[in-house]
Design a binder for this molecule. Structure first.
Ligand code: FAD
Length: 299
């Protein structure tokens, strides 16, 4: 069924949608891998009072129990962010932050919906005019220009490494870099200027970003500021594969079987849009898990 890096179904996201998908898919006796960090789920720090049969239950304990259930049915887990998804014939190829390359027949996207804001002066005012939340979407607009990426984790490091191939000088502004040795090694061997221990105080520009000011008063000249907080956004990776989004380009479109328009790719939970509720996430996860398993079995 599976060797070290090949699975029938890979679930990206270890929140309630991903866990429920893994539970239902692995009960169909196929190989299932879940990728993602449990503590990054929106549910992890929540207390849930409105899920049928559960009252005032800690999200952390729900996540831990969900993982044990999935493991009992045979699902495996890798506590890693993914950085890239591509297609090779009838297999999806997934690259993780630790440098692993994994293959699967069916893919379930369940990465929630965090578009974390920096919450500094100038960010809101200059959004779309130099402030971006997506290197893969907007990076090409900054060919040859000086840019900054803000963030401490895999999304920021990967974003900076992407931009270094396109832009002029690339600054990575990070308070405390929390990335894998593989990404660190790539950063250290690149031309990215890493400003460790730095925090952005303000983004400056009239009609377009022209610089940013750090907490220690340093001014960094940049026409683009990419805010990449947290894990790499799945929406960007999915659209690169041709997955269709809603009209406002914020969520993944699915049919009632949680199928996207790309055969073999399913989606569930907050990534498919509101309401932001565990009940919806697990319901969609269940449907995605069952249908992804059937799809993989037939391939
Ligand atoms: C404070 C708070 C209180 C809440 N209270 C309630 C409540 O009382 N009742 C209720 O029903 N709902 C509540 N919610 C909402 C609920 O938590 C979410 O609707 C639910 O967690 C969505 O599940 P999900 O699996 O779609 O996404 P999430 O739970 O957000 O999980 C996303 C997963 O994807 C992973 N991921 C993201 N990017 C990547 C990547 N590049 N590679 C690998 N993995 C990735 C993350 O690490 C995480 O594991 C609350 C939310 C918050 C923030």
């Amino acid at each position: 069924m599976s060797d070290n890096n090949s699975y029938e179904v890979i679930v990206v996201g270890a929140g309630p949608a991903g866990l429920q998908a893994a539970i239902h898919a692995s009960r169909k006796k196929i190989s299932v891998l879940v990728l993602g960090k449990a503590h990054k789920s929106s549910l992890f720090k929540a207390h849930v009072e409105n899920l049928c049969s559960l009252f005032n239950t800690s999200g952390k304990s729900m996540i831990e129990t969900g993982r044990r259930q999935a493991e009992n049915f045979g699902a495996r887990f890798m506590n890693e962010d993914i950085l890239k998804i591509s297609k090779n014939r009838d297999r999806f190829v997934i690259n993780t932050e630790n440098g692993s390359q994994l293959l699967c027949k069916a893919l379930i996207l369940a990465t929630g919906t965090a578009r974390n804001k920096l919450k500094v002066k100038g960010e809101k005012e200059l959004e779309g005019r130099g402030v971006s939340y997506c290197v893969d979407c907007d990076g090409n607009f900054y060919r040859g220009e000086d840019v900054a990426v803000v963030g401490d984790e895999s999304a920021a490091a990967d974003g900076a490494l992407t931009l270094v191939e396109i832009a002029g000088t690339v600054h990575l502004i990070c308070n405390d870099l929390r990335i894998t040795d593989t990404l660190l090694d790539k950063l250290e061997n690149s031309n990215v200027l890493v400003h460790k221990g730095a925090t952005v105080k303000q983004i400056i520009g009239d009609n377009q970003v022209n610089s940013l000011i750090l907490d220690d008063g340093t001014t960094i000249s940049a026409t683009g500021v990419f805010i990449e907080l947290g894990a790499k956004g799945l929406i960007e990776m999915a659209t690169n594969l041709g997955v269709a989004l809603d009209d406002q380009m914020r969520f993944i479109n699915t049919d009632k079987g949680q199928r996207t328009n790309v055969p073999g790719i399913f989606a569930a939970g907050d990534i498919c849009g509101p309401p932001w509720q565990v009940a919806k996430a697990v319901g969609e996860g269940c449907v995605a898990g069952l249908n992804a398993a059937d799809y993989a079995k037939k391939l």
